[in-house]
Write a protein that binds this ligand. Structure first.
Ligand code: ZN
Length: 84
């Protein structure tokens, strides 16, 4: 594969990637981990094996919290990923 062929191959992959990125419903969340700076502290939020988790006290007491809700809103409502 010469350089021109490789450049065409990469350009084709970029075009395909743009099409995929415009169709977020193709993607299903399987695993996820993020650190969020909340108003009071840094929180570790994760999703694995179908379960959300957060290190904040509210999550420990109620099994949900504003940090998990915010990420769910971002991933599913804003970006359009399929809910697992
Ligand atoms: Zn939390």
């Amino acid at each position: 594969m010469n350089v021109d062929e490789e450049d065409r191959a990469i350009a084709a992959k970029r075009a395909k990637a743009r099409r995929y990125a415009a169709e977020p419903e193709r993607m299903t969340l399987r695993e996820f981990r993020v650190t969020m700076r909340s108003e009071h502290a840094e929180r570790d939020i994760s999703f694995s094996d179908g379960n959300w988790s957060c290190t904040c006290d509210f999550y420990a007491a109620r099994n949900t919290c504003s940090h998990v809700m915010a990420l769910q809103d971002m991933l599913f409502d804003n970006l359009g990923l399929r809910r697992p």
